[in-house]
Write a protein that binds this ligand. Sequence first.
Ligand SMILES: [Zn+2]
Length: 46
Amino acid sequence: MPTTGEKPGKGTYKCTNCGQIVVLDDSTDTLPPCPKCSGTDFNKVG
Ligand SMILES: [Zn+2]
């Protein structure tokens, strides 16, 4: 699964801990910590 610090590419990622959605709109964007719970594990949803 994508984790904080990776560059998983464009898409929508959902925090596995709290469900917060993080959107990356550029392939060079680094996945940040969850803005809500500071979680670092995400599932790609789109
Ligand atoms: Zn979270």
